[in-house]
Design a protein around this ligand. Structure first.
Ligand SMILES: *[C@@H]1O[C@H](CO)[C@@H](O)[C@H](O)[C@H]1NC(C)=O
Ligand SMILES: *[C@@H]1O[C@H](CO)[C@@H](O)[C@H](O)[C@H]1NC(C)=O
Ligand SMILES: *[C@@H]1O[C@H](CO)[C@@H](O)[C@H](O)[C@H]1NC(C)=O
Ligand SMILES: *[C@@H]1O[C@H](CO)[C@@H](O)[C@H](O)[C@H]1NC(C)=O
Ligand SMILES: *[C@@H]1O[C@H](CO)[C@@H](O)[C@H](O)[C@H]1NC(C)=O
Ligand SMILES: *[C@@H]1O[C@H](CO)[C@@H](O)[C@H](O)[C@H]1NC(C)=O
Ligand SMILES: *[C@@H]1O[C@H](CO)[C@@H](O)[C@H](O)[C@H]1NC(C)=O
Ligand SMILES: *[C@@H]1O[C@H](CO)[C@@H](O)[C@H](O)[C@H]1NC(C)=O
Ligand SMILES: *[C@@H]1O[C@H](CO)[C@@H](O)[C@H](O)[C@H]1NC(C)=O
Length: 534
């Protein structure tokens, strides 16, 4: 039997723990034209990735053995969002890697237990490393130069890398980057990269002198890249807003003196993989937590813009994911984390964070996919990828040209276990997304009881559509790590190497009607997502 309790904006159906809700809250009103509080238009592509430099050969393969599985997953997203994701190649190993022109393999990494089990403590890359930039047709890359290496070794490395990198990236360059999370250079234990006295002005002086050095080298080897129009960076790539270097002071100290910074790139994680108290419900499936995390960037962006320090320089997250230290097993790789990813990314888009690069590396727990088989992790499409798919679907330009402006607005819902967004294409309502973040662990739930759901009501006055098509992001529960579908599509490696396969055991083709007042109701099971196409 199906029991429904009408409680204003939402109807809670048959389930345990009833959700507290203001019984007088009305249906959520959705404007047909983009409201003033919508985010600025997203940069296209919005859904982008950051790949740990030491893992890049595994993700992309090389010319003789390109990684077709990774390429397929990127093409699926390109079909939805109109443009192939930008790939930032970087991360911790960017500042731990030196170029060795005589190395016969792509990379030779040395792991040290006191640094990380997930990536090498230092590494060398050889000429064949750069083949990996040629295996994903249509993709553009950010190349991450090593800022961590100092002294003569550091400068020699930049000169050598500048030449090989610019040749490899002809026609494929998104942006250059120099240094990963330099705000941690004085504090990363046990091997700090700079003395404690190294401050914002030291960083800025070093960044300017080294980017000028790279430019002079490119003027010799790739002159087209060394023009003012083509020489472009993402920076400062700080880990956070409260570490040893303050981002505001850094911009005030003249980071963009040479006017070559095109995107203000910062990093973000919600919490740490081993931080006490981290759970799916409390930490990731929690809209309030997501809002708090993103709000720091919104605040910084506001101050920088008010001070005229980043005029015309969009704010992006150049590296981000759920839980730092590569994610928590059973949590960062679960369907609940995929739902977090949808909420996080759409909330960013609604707050004028114009692009996000989801970080990953081989065997990382929060990775969208595992590109090769290893002893630790099975090759395959992982739960977070399905979140990327829903975000790409929400942010596509639909029938409009891919140059259309897409804006997102956060629609208010009362609880921290739910979030809703509207997407506007060239100012016109195009889609509504709802994410229900109430944890549903199907392993512990009574399998004979029906899965609880919440019914959401939206008021779309002035919309002429009489019915809306419905697409769902679904899995057996928030703890599922497989069996996930988007609108009935599976992108699993096991089925067709990551190419979309429509499953016949998942409901698709659902529509909901719009009543004469413009009211629509959609039922959303706990731990699932939905898009209504207006
Ligand atoms: C290309 O990748 C394959 C598979 O990893 C590897 O065996 C081969 O040595 C690589 N080629 C080069 C030139 O690195
Ligand atoms: C790989 O790096 C280690 C440590 O520096 C070094 O001893 C070894 O000779 C290197 N191997 C190759 C093939 O360069
Ligand atoms: C490089 O940085 C290390 C770590 O802070 C420091 O000990 C060393 O003196 C620096 N070397 C140069 C040449 O600046
Ligand atoms: C969700 O996050 C907020 C902000 O950090 C916190 O106050 C709240 O307790 C969290 N909710 C749960 C269920 O832990
Ligand atoms: C952002 O700024 C607002 C307004 O000044 C403040 O209330 C809020 O606490 C700030 N949030 C964060 C996360 O810094
Ligand atoms: C993977 O496991 C096999 C069999 O136990 C072992 O021989 C091999 O060294 C392992 N590979 C790595 C990279 O640890
Ligand atoms: C789901 O429940 C099972 C059984 O109690 C438990 O082992 C697992 O950790 C839970 N999953 C999550 C993500 O909380
Ligand atoms: C999901 O539930 C269905 C129906 O109970 C079951 O057949 C299927 O094996 C489950 N999938 C996963 C990944 O647990
Ligand atoms: C649907 O079919 C797929 C592929 O055959 C299977 O892996 C999955 O477990 C099925 N899902 C459910 C919910 O039964």
């Amino acid at each position: 039997m199906f029991l429904s309790l009408l409680l204003g904006a939402a109807v809670v159906s048959a389930g345990p723990a009833p959700i507290a809700r203001d019984s007088s809250s009305p249906a959520v009103s959705v404007s047909v034209t983009a409201p003033d509080d919508a985010g600025e238009p997203i940069l296209r592509p919005f859904v982008s990735f950051s790949i740990e430099l030491s893992s890049f050969p595994e993700f992309a393969g090389n010319l003789s053995q390109p990684n077709a599985f990774s390429n397929q997953l990127l093409d699926n997203l390109a079909d939805l969002q109109g443009v192939k994701s930008y790939i930032r190649v970087g991360g911790s190993t960017q500042d731990l890697t030196l170029y060795d022109p005589n190395l016969e393999t792509a990379i030779n990494g040395t792991y040290l237990a006191d640094v990380s089990a997930d990536y090498p403590a230092f590494a060398f890359i050889g000429p064949s490393f750069f083949e990996s930039y040629a295996t994903w047709p249509g993709a553009k890359f950010s190349f991450g130069f090593n800022l961590g290496a100092n002294g003569t070794v550091g400068r020699k490395n930049l000169i050598e890398t500048a030449s090989v990198a610019c040749k490899a990236l002809k026609g494929k360059l998104a942006y250059w980057e120099l240094g990963n999370e330099p705000d941690l250079f004085t504090t990363t234990t046990p091997y700090t990269k700079r003395p404690p006295s190294w401050d914002e002005s030291d960083y800025v002086a070093e960044w300017l002198s080294k980017t000028e050095l790279i430019k002079r080298q490119m003027a010799k080897t790739c002159p087209k890249f060394a023009t003012d129009a083509e020489y472009k960076y993402i920076a400062p790539s700080f880990a956070g807003l409260t570490d040893a270097l303050d981002p505001l002071t850094t911009w005030q100290d003249g980071l963009d003196t040479d006017h070559d910074i095109k995107l203000n790139s910062m990093h973000n994680y919600i919490d740490g993989a081993t931080s006490p108290g981290v759970t799916l419900q409390r930490t990731l499936m929690n809209h309030t937590k997501t809002v708090e995390s993103v709000q720091q960037h919104v605040n910084l962006s506001k101050v920088l813009n008010e001070d005229g320090l980043t005029t015309g320089i969009p704010y992006i997250l150049g590296e981000t994911n759920s839980l730092y230290n590569e994610g928590k097993p059973g949590l960062s790789n679960s369907f609940g984390a995929a739902l977090w990813g949808v909420d996080f990314n759409l909330y960013c888009a609604s707050q004028s964070i114009r692009r996000t690069h989801m970080h990953q590396g081989t065997n990382y727990r929060y990775a969208a996919w595992q590109p090769i088989q290893t002893n630790d992790t099975t090759i395959g499409t992982k739960a977070p990828y399905y979140g990327n798919v829903m975000v790409a679907a929400m942010l596509g330009s639909g029938d409009s040209p891919s140059s259309a402006n897409v804006q997102v607005v956060n629609l208010p819902l009362p609880d921290e276990t739910e979030a809703a967004y509207a997407a506007y294409v060239d100012g016109k309502i195009s889609r509504i997304a709802v994410i229900n973040l109430q944890e549903y662990n199907y392993t512990v739930s009574d399998s004979s009881a029906s899965r609880p759901s919440v019914t959401y009501e939206f008021l779309l006055s002035e919309v002429s559509s009489k019915s809306l098509s419905v697409q769902r992001l679904m899995a057996n529960g928030s703890n599922a790590i497989s069996g996930i579908t988007w609108d009935g599509w599976s992108y699993n490696y096991e089925l067709k190497g990551g190419a979309p396969v429509r499953l016949d055991n998942v409901t698709t083709g659902e529509t909901i009607s719009v009543d004469s007042k413009g009211l629509v109701q959609v039922k959303v099971p706990w731990s699932s997502g939905v898009i209504l196409n207006v």
